[in-house]
Design a protein around this ligand. Structure first.
Ligand code: HEM
Length: 562
């Protein structure tokens, strides 16, 4: 895909860049445990994803990973503190373009990546159900025929069912509090009774299969004396162990063929990982037929993460950030700099006529936070931020970058695959610097905030309407449709914003929830029927763009070359 894409950009950023409470859950490549009981976050996230996805029905093309689980927690099949933990990890993460269901799917991708499992390809675009789906999650007490039928309806063959259950039960445990018939003891007991792990390895690997086959397994769904509840035993053995044997080193079967043992052991580890990658991808891609998923979201090596015109103090600025991926632990050359170049959008030198090209340069500056997936790919994300003073009469049209390593080599041009990056809107601009967030003293209960959003509209325009559309689906306790109130922006002709733009503002009372996923869209309608939009303004930078005034770059004008 190409920048800008309202749908892909936020999905790509959530997957690779993170930066929210949810995405930074796994700060290291370790299977993080909760404090008490010592359960695995990753396991809780994957179980939740399966239980949401299990409502998929291939007969009618309904159900699947659609966040209906948010409405289904009162069912016995979804019981357990792990489910409540996972929901509370996820609930502040969705935003206008990343649905709750996408967050749950990304949770599975993160879980696998952080525990040493495969990097599961991720597609976005899931839609959130606003009500519960049918009851469809398999229970340990059901017989094999029922399980085969349930997985068939979810789109999996018997062999795939064996694989998917083994992949899901590669980590995590059965808790006594949830299944007292399977495990005894207190799950909070430090000695570990009350949490019966599926295998001895705490990583994403094929120990679930090797221990099952060599008879050392402690998996309660295999060894419980209550044979009614040993569903893994029935499922794993349902094809005479053929599928399970494919996921362990074949060297164990052909131990005498010493020369081939390495070959086979490599092959089978790969087989387990590849099988899990494929099946878990299908599990999270099980969506209702009327949902079209995106293509697989890959990491963009060079990406513009923001580009907008705004005002800081009394200065009109063009604010952009370029993100560059590079192999981890690579030393950045001291003299490296990134130059941003742009054409005026208006006035005499519009579209770079007369070879009038503006330039602003930055040395390497900080890096973006990255997610567990990005780190597994061995990539760092460098940040080059620009805040270039501009004039409203000139504005900004097309822009692009040149990466100069400072070693005499030819600069690399980063121009969005050829056409350059195009700043879409300068008619209406978002001004977080003058916007404010104040605690609403009257509503101490819900931590409400009085927000004032300030926007600028070009002075020569006569709007027939100007509106602000706030968007949140991440407020605590809100599991209904997203909140999207549309509010009028009021013109304040006496307030000076900046030369060329008029001051508009709208007050909003809202909770800024943990994830800061509350966003604003601005729209101005003109008499000729044209409308201009500024989409998905972030509110985390409200009340002063912290540090932005220190980034202001010197702008030079030239013909583009050195
Ligand atoms: C017949 C099918 C299945 C049955 C009967 C079953 C049953 C169970 C049971 C009883 C638990 C213990 C839950 C608790 O104590 O809170 C569990 C945990 C778990 N299941 Fe399954 N499961 C099945 C399929 C799957 C599948 C397909 C996946 C994912 C691909 C999966 C992923 C997990 C995970 C990750 C846990 C551990 C959760 C934790 O540690 O918090 N299960 N399962």
């Amino acid at each position: 895909y190409k920048w800008p894409s309202p749908q892909y950009d936020p999905l790509e950023e959530t997957l690779y860049q993170g930066g929210t409470t949810f995405t930074s859950f796994f700060n290291k490549e370790e299977c993080r445990k909760r404090s008490s009981p010592r359960t695995f976050v990753a396991a809780e996230w994957i179980r939740l994803a399966y239980h949401d996805s299990a409502t998929h029905d291939i007969t009618y093309g309904t159900g699947g990973l659609d966040a209906s689980i948010f409405h289904e927690l009162d069912r016995p099949e979804n019981s357990g503190a792990g489910m409540i933990n996972a929901i509370s990890d996820f609930k502040f993460a969705p935003n206008k373009y990343v649905s709750r269901a996408d967050v749950i799917a990304i949770g599975t991708v993160f879980s696998s990546a952080t525990c040493g499992g495969p990097i599961i390809p991720f597609r976005g675009g899931r839609k959130d159900a606003q009500e519960a789906g049918p009851s469809a999650v398999p229970a340990p007490s059901q017989d094999l025929a029922t399980h085969i039928e349930k997985f068939r309806l979810q789109g999996f063959t018997q062999e795939e069912m064996i694989g998917l259950v083994a992949c899901g039960h590669t980590f995590g445990s059965v808790r006594s509090s949830d299944f007292p018939g399977l495990v005894e003891g207190d799950p909070n007991d430090k000695s570990g009774v009350g949490l019966a792990f599926f295998d001895r390895s705490r990583r994403f690997d094929n120990a679930i299969a090797t221990e099952y086959l060599d008879g050392t397994t402690q998996n309660p769904l295999v060894v419980s004396p209550n044979s009614r509840l040993t569903s893994d035993k029935r499922i794993f053995g349902s094809d005479g162990n053929v599928t399970m044997q494919r996921s362990i080193p074949r060297a164990l079967h052909f131990i005498i063929i010493i020369n081939e043992s390495n070959f086979y052991s490599f092959e089978s580890r790969e087989f387990f990982m590849q099988t899990c990658s494929r099946l878990l991808a299908r599990m999270i891609d099980n969506v209702p037929n009327n949902v079209a998923l995106t293509e697989v979201i890959t990491l963009l090596p060079a990406k513009v993460t923001e580009a907008y015109i705004t005002v800081v103090r009394s200065q009109l600025l063009f604010k952009t950030t370029l993100r560059l991926a590079q192999p981890q632990n690579t030393t950045i050359p001291n003299n490296r700099s990134v130059k941003m170049l742009w054409c005026n959008k208006r006035g005499e030198f519009k579209d770079c006529s007369g070879a009038h090209i503006n330039m602003a340069s930055r040395p390497a500056c900080g890096s973006f936070p990255s997610t567990t997936v990005t780190r597994r790919l061995g990539v760092d994300l460098l940040k080059y931020e620009f805040a270039a003073p501009i004039l409203a009469s000139e504005s900004v049209g097309k822009f692009w970058f040149e990466l100069d390593e400072g070693d005499g080599s030819t600069s690399t041009v980063l121009d969005n695959g050829g056409g350059g990056y195009l700043l879409e809107t300068d008619e209406i601009i978002y001004v977080p610097w003058f916007s404010t967030a104040r605690e609403n003293g009257e509503d101490t209960q819900s931590q409400a905030f009085d927000l004032t959003f300030v926007a600028g509209i070009r002075s020569e325009l006569s709007p027939t309407s100007a509106t602000l559309n706030t968007y949140t689906n991440s407020e605590d306790g809100v599991i209904g449709p997203p909140q999207t109130p549309v509010l009028p922006l009021t013109h304040y002709p006496d307030r000076l914003l900046v030369e060329g733009y008029e001051w508009y503002q709208a007050p909003v009372i809202n909770k800024i929830s943990d994830g800061f996923q509350f966003s604003v869209d601005l729209e101005v309608m003109l008499a000729d029927g044209a409308s201009h939009k500024f989409d998905f303004g972030q509110t985390r930078s409200i009340d002063g763009e912290e540090g932005l005034d220190t980034l202001i770059s010197e702008v030079t004008v030239g013909s583009g070359g050195d």
